[in-house]
Design a protein around this ligand. Structure first.
Ligand SMILES: *Cc1c(COP(=O)(O)O)cnc(C)c1O
Length: 398
């Protein structure tokens, strides 16, 4: 996955253009910029690539989720449905605007289970936030139907799945809002950065204001701008955006490499009796950043992960025991260990996650092994790696 593996001359040349002007900020300083508007350029390229009207760049993927929620008017007391298997950014972004994260089971897609989502809806629910973990997507058709039935917003976290698609639409563009991360380990990187995309003019306008202290961005004198809403600083810098300008042009090249490596490994592992692969919803195309498969039991998955690690296969992850990606390790959320007091609505409405039962998620995440697909591997290395994996797994399963 990581775009940084192929960081090179194109990225350096984009950054150099910014350094030559000395204007490191995305707004203002029109006279000094020498025509360089890297953040604007990247927003236009991203919107085009994702086939949407608008993109708003911000400082991180987490910020993109926060700004996306805020742009749609989500706030105190509103409930946002999110999966048990994701990155901590999901609940962080929800808590950041005073809303309430409602955790819901995942199924064999390793993303939100539509049936569990429907059960979790209350009169306070405002948003369904599927997370397209490890390059593949939630059943967006089913989730959209639920949103339409209950008058909810669909916000796609496509931070790990840029370049994938569903029903012919780029991931992130199917819902009302979609978010990407360009942090250092994502498929394309800005170093740090993120973006939201939408076809909704009002959401874009709000996001543009909210991510820059409420500035209305009218005219060329920043000091004279007015502030239609309260905002915050979630701006990206021109230096980060410049890296992204180079990387987005290479997205298709990266996806082709990922798909090639993924397909070779999958072909070699497929004949192994006892392993099955993650379900990709009908109409979905992965971005191939990870290959996910299931062992017959959680116990065997733990053994497999250990054996793969011992064999030097460092890119294989076991998310069930991971500190960042699965609800079992989110003690800070379960015990609401915030620095200051959380908003009263959050305290009142937050389920008691110390007693959470997500045994449906445990079945799938517990059995899952997730292999990162690297861009820098040669075909030889991929084959060698897959053969080694096959030996280890066959040994465990025979
Ligand atoms: C990386 C990531 C984020 C957050 O992105 P940052 O840019 O690191 O803040 C959010 N959600 C998912 C699924 C991610 O993988």
């Amino acid at each position: 996955m990581p775009g940084f593996e192929l960081f090179g001359e194109k990225e350096k040349s984009q950054v150099q253009q910014v350094l030559d002007t000395g204007v490191l900020m995305r707004y203002g300083f029109d006279g000094m910029r020498n025509g360089q508007w890297k953040a604007v350029e990247l927003e236009q390229a991203l919107a085009k690539k994702m086939m949407v009207k608008h993109a708003q760049l911000v400082s991180s993927g987490t910020a993109a989720l926060t700004v996306a929620l805020a742009s749609a008017g989500v706030g105190a007391g509103d409930e946002v449905i999110m999966p048990t298997f994701t990155f901590v950014a999901s609940f962080e972004s929800i808590l950041a605007i005073g809303a309430v994260p409602i955790l819901v089971d995942v199924d064999d897609t390793l993303t939100l289970d539509p049936a569990a989502v429907e059960e979790a809806i209350t009169s306070n629910t405002k948003v369904i936030m599927p997370v397209h973990m490890c390059g593949s997507m939630a059943d967006l058709g089913a989730l959209k139907s639920i949103c339409e039935k209950h008058g909810l917003l669909l916000l796609e976290d496509a931070c790990q799945a840029i370049g994938g698609s569903y029903d012919g639409k780029p991931l992130g563009s199917y819902g009302d809002l979609g978010c990407f991360s360009f942090d250092y380990v994502k498929t394309i990187t800005c170093g740090e950065g993120g973006a939201l995309i939408t076809n909704n003019d009002a959401f874009k306008l709000h996001a543009d204001h909210f991510s820059d202290h409420g500035h209305d961005h009218i005219g060329t004198n920043r000091g004279a701008e007015s502030h239609p809403i309260l905002g915050y600083n979630y701006r990206i810098s021109e230096l980060n955006a410049a890296v992204g300008c180079a990387q987005i042009k290479r997205l298709d090249e990266f996806l082709t490499i990922q798909e090639k490596h993924y397909t070779l490994i999958k072909t070699i592992l497929a004949p192994i009796e006892g392993i099955t692969f993650r379900r990709v919803p009908h109409g979905g195309v992965e971005n191939y950043s990870f290959l996910n498969f299931y062992m017959p039991t959680t116990e065997l998955a733990k053994k497999a992960h250990q054996a793969l690690t011992n064999a030097g296969l460092d890119a294989c992850f076991y998310w069930y025991d991971n500190n960042w990606h699965y609800y079992k390790k989110w003690e800070h959320l379960a015990h609401t260990k915030s620095l200051g007091k959380l908003p009263q609505d959050v305290l009142n409405q937050l389920p008691d996650y110390t007693k959470a039962d997500f045994s449906k998620s445990d079945v799938w995440v517990g059995r899952n092994i997730s292999c990162l697909i690297k861009l820098s591997w040669t075909e030889e290395q991929v084959k060698e790696r897959a053969d080694k994996m096959k030996d280890v797994l066959t040994g465990l399963l025979s």
